[in-house]
Design a protein around this ligand. Structure first.
Ligand SMILES: O=C(O)[C@H]1O[C@H](OP(=O)(O)OP(=O)(O)OC[C@H]2O[C@@H](n3ccc(=O)[nH]c3=O)[C@H](O)[C@@H]2O)[C@H](O)[C@@H](O)[C@@H]1O
Length: 252
């Protein structure tokens, strides 16, 4: 590799069922993967954008979550390989920045992002609900449906990452959509949307809640608005419509 100006570090399993399958591998990806990228960035004098996550806030006790919040994370729970892995990756980025004076670090904390090309088997809630509803299967809420998430459409996320990479802002920035829904509300939206396209109306069932599943999550995007002049533009129903269309094409 000759000249490299910018490196986006996006590598890591992100679905809870996958990152928990091999926690040591997830931790190594977060630490050694980021270390390898940082070494390359230092050698090539390249700017690096590391994709962190809302999961660094754990099960947040502050709502919505600003970047100044340090989080509430179980260090040895089922999710810790990802939560703590992503936290140590941020620490590593700033340790490199301190060691290599002038090294350019950008940190995006991405909140629940969805869209076309996220496979049915991914395990995360948006593609699972859409895939099941389209297949005429029951939608499975894990928990009692009162947990909340704030869903961001992929094109908004990409625009946010692009602006952050090309900004001069070196502290973490939340990239997410503040529109917050309970999982039950979200399930109802998906069931209605699938019924509207003429498919059967599927039932909703409840399964046990995964351990350490965060109760709430909503980004405070004041910083992104100020430093990137960015905010999401795609409403949930519009993004879901595009996502449903993509899933429909896969099953043809
Ligand atoms: O996007 C984020 O900010 C982070 O959070 C996600 O974790 P989580 O929010 O738990 O994502 P899902 O697995 O989609 O779960 C969202 C909620 O829906 C529930 N859920 C999930 C899947 C399902 O089939 N049914 C269901 O009710 C979960 O229990 C949870 O309360 C993932 O860890 C990462 O993609 C990411 O870093």
């Amino acid at each position: 590799m000759k000249n490299i100006d910018q490196i986006f570090n996006l590598a890591c399993p992100a679905s809870p069922i996958y990152y928990q399958k091999d926690p040591i591998s997830t931790l190594k990806t977060c630490f050694h993967g980021t270390e390898n990228i940082l070494d390359l960035a230092a050698e090539k004098n390249a700017r690096i954008l590391h994709t962190s996550t809302s999961e660094v806030y754990g099960d947040p006790q502050v709502h919505p979550q600003p970047e100044s919040y340090w989080g509430y994370v179980n260090p040895f729970g089922a999710r810790s390989c990802y939560d703590e892995g992503k936290r140590v990756a941020e620490a590593l980025c700033y340790a490199y920045q301190a060691k290599y004076q002038g090294m350019e670090i950008r940190i995006a904390r991405i909140f629940n992002t969805y869209g076309p090309r996220m496979s049915y088997s991914d395990g995360r809630v948006v593609s699972s609900f859409i895939g099941d509803a389209l297949a005429g299967k029951e939608i499975k809420i894990t928990g009692d449906g009162t947990a909340t998430r704030s869903f961001q459409y992929i094109t908004d996320c990409v625009e946010g990452l692009y602006r952050l990479m090309n900004s001069d802002y070196a502290l973490p920035v939340n990239i997410g959509n503040p529109g917050e829904f309970t999982i039950r509300e979200f399930a109802d939206i998906v069931v209605d949307m699938i019924a509207e396209i003429g498919k059967p109306r599927v039932p909703i069932i409840y399964l046990p809640r995964p351990s350490d599943d965060p109760n709430t999550r909503q980004p405070d995007i004041t910083r992104a608005k100020e430093v990137l002049d960015w905010e999401p533009t795609v409403a949930l129903k519009e993004g879901l419509k595009n996502t449903v269309e993509w899933h429909l094409k896969q099953s043809i």
